[in-house]
Design a protein around this ligand. Structure first.
Ligand SMILES: Cc1cc2nc3c(=O)[nH]c(=O)nc-3n(C[C@H](O)[C@H](O)[C@H](O)COP(=O)(O)O)c2cc1C
Length: 299
């Protein structure tokens, strides 16, 4: 079965990309995921300067998903050059994820990523727990519009806008981001867990982002709503674990998906397994291309 898709002008061998923050920290780990069959890999989100991230604990495994507040740790954009180049030179389709405090910072970071050879840049407009970044910018449609415009005029590669689920109505944010070449939905859901014995929040940062199987219906709903207000391709993220999940996102309106927590649940083999599982569904349901499934739930 041919699972190839064309997404914002990029040819992908299949619609399953590695989501940002999961094995996207080094060139070697990105190549491992690429060689395991991913259609592309999104880097860990990178900012201008090195950041330590929060003290432990930064991740908790809950019964139906993962809760994390890493604090966007990373080496900063200059140091990260080598990791991106390793993955690009190894043949992977690499999407560079960046976060910044405003339009100028995002534009500078995106230009750097373009120099490093990435196929597209993903704007993290949505981290639910990084102070000064992420949510504060991602819930303000005007700020989203300004950042997307600044980056679009700074680079020639496709620009993807990754949005937050943590708003009452996603549609104004999607409309504000529609100057981008693709919309990515969603980042994690703002959440917390409490250790009842210690009588304290589990995460050092108190609040974190919830991901994995439990959040899939929220992601599917957001993709469905976004599809109704934008003509841009949508990339579905949140709880994708099996081929059925992929089919559900496609029918909601996604042209491709990203896979994060499922790497924890099924290992890097998840990409090969998703290809097998989606192919079976397509055979059973009589689809010969992935594109035919996109948006079908809209009637
Ligand atoms: C440990 C961890 C770290 C993450 N770091 C980032 C990040 O740096 N940038 C980003 O845009 N999203 C980050 N995310 C969010 C994921 O990319 C994805 O949007 C979210 O986890 C939902 O997908 P999933 O259910 O497949 O994990 C992170 C998620 C996890 C679990």
């Amino acid at each position: 079965m041919n699972l190839g898709v064309r997404l914002s002008g990029i040819e992908l061998r299949n619609p399953f990309l590695l989501a940002s923050g999961v094995l996207g920290e080094t060139g070697e780990s990105m190549l491992r995921v690429w060689n395991a069959g991913a259609g592309g890999v999104v880097t860990k989100s990178i900012g201008l300067s090195p950041r330590e991230g929060y003290p432990n604990p930064v991740i908790v495994v809950l019964p139906h998903g993962l809760l994390n507040a890493m604090g966007l740790p990373g080496p900063g954009i200059e140091e990260f050059a080598e990791e991106v180049r390793t993955a690009v030179e190894g043949g992977a389709v690499v999407i560079g994820s960046v976060f910044g405090a405003g339009p100028d910072e995002f534009a500078r970071l995106a230009r750097r990523m373009e120099e490093y050879g990435v196929s597209a840049v993903e704007l993290n407009l949505s981290c639910p727990h990084a102070r000064g970044y992420g949510m504060e910018v991602g819930i303000d449609p005007e700020m989203v519009r300004e950042i997307v415009e600044a980056v679009k005029s700074a680079v020639g590669i496709p620009v993807w806008a990754k949005l937050t689920p943590n708003v009452a109505d996603i549609r104004p944010i999607v409309e504000a981001a529609s100057g981008a070449d693709a919309i990515v939905l969603m980042n994690t859901l703002r959440a917390m867990a409490i250790d009842i014995r210690a009588r304290r929040p589990v995460l050092s940062n108190v609040f974190g982002g919830y991901s994995g199987p439990a959040v899939k219906p929220v992601g599917v709903r957001l993709v469905y709503e976004a599809y109704e207000v934008t003509d841009k391709p949508i990339i579905g993220v949140g709880g994708v674990t099996t081929g059925e999940d992929v089919a559900e996102y496609l029918m909601a309106g996604a042209s491709a998906v990203q896979v994060g927590s499922a790497v924890y649940y099924r290992g890097v083999e998840v990409f090969r397994l998703l290809a097998i599982e989606l192919s079976h569904i397509m055979e059973e349901e009589g689809f010969s291309t992935v594109q035919e499934m996109v948006g079908l739930a809209h009637g």
